[in-house]
Design a protein around this ligand. Structure first.
Ligand SMILES: CC(C)(COP(=O)(O)OP(=O)(O)OC[C@H]1O[C@@H](n2cnc3c(N)ncnc32)[C@H](O)[C@@H]1OP(=O)(O)O)[C@@H](O)C(=O)NCCC(=O)NCCS
Length: 196
């Protein structure tokens, strides 16, 4: 049985990887640099948020994550504690054991160093091994090549395409739905065995 079925709210753990500490979101992470990421067109061009993004919007967002105990972590570098991005699993469908993943690496100086993959792998392990989720899903704009490649490298597969779903970076784009199954989950194993 998943702990999700036993408790209504989960205590969000700090997760440690070789180079990162993923910490539950806290108001102390509302900083000038976090606000700058949310106003950086290069970071946000494939996201739903709009620029300009105000400090009040950021405060409201963070307060909501905390109040609702959303599985939302800030990604910090172990060696100097700097906050370089965020990762979340939300919403979580407790009945069907599915979680929706999202990631934002706001600090562009730290792109391309494998931090998103490292953080993602650890959160995926937590979701599958501790929460016993069956499946993790995500949505991504097809033109967001870095994100699509990252998800493919984590094992996510395309489940569907919404064509011409929205305007991003100045043009209409397709949106892809991707998913990753928990191969240790017996229901997933049964499903895959019966398909082959
Ligand atoms: C997409 C994003 C999360 C990648 O973060 P990152 O820390 O730079 O990614 P990593 O360094 O961990 O890269 C892991 C893999 O992703 C892929 N990747 C990352 N950046 C890439 C790029 N610019 N071009 C192609 N592939 C890329 C590669 O497969 C890479 O593995 P490799 O280096 O072995 O080839 C980051 O660019 C970001 O946050 N962008 C803005 C917000 C966003 O678009 N979030 C996703 C919304 S769906």
């Amino acid at each position: 049985m998943s702990i999700l079925e036993k408790t209504s709210l989960i205590d969000i753990p700090t997760i440690e990887t070789s180079r990162l500490l993923l910490k539950p979101i806290d108001t102390k992470f509302i900083t000038e640099s976090y606000l700058q990421w949310m106003n950086d067109m290069e970071v946000c061009k494939f996201l739903e948020t709009s620029i300009p993004y105000s400090e009040v919007e950021l405060q409201n967002f963070v307060n909501q994550m905390i109040a609702k105990k959303v599985l939302f972590w800030v990604i910090t570098l172990k060696h100097d504690g700097s906050h370089i991005g965020n990762i979340k699993i939300d919403p979580v469908n407790k009945k069907n054991l599915i979680g929706e993943y999202g990631i934002l690496m706001g600090d562009r100086n730290n792109w391309g160093k494998g931090f998103a993959r490292e953080a993602s792998r650890s959160v995926i392990s937590y979701c599958f091994d501790t929460l016993n989720l069956r499946k993790i899903t995500l949505g991504v704009i097809k033109d967001n090549i870095a994100a699509v490649k990252l998800y493919e490298s984590l094992g996510f597969e395309v489940e569907g395409v919404y064509r011409m779903h929205g305007k991003y970076d100045g043009k209409y784009c397709d949106a892809i739905r991707m998913a990753l199954f928990n191969m240790k989950n017996p229901d997933v194993q049964n499903y895959l065995d019966n398909k082959s």
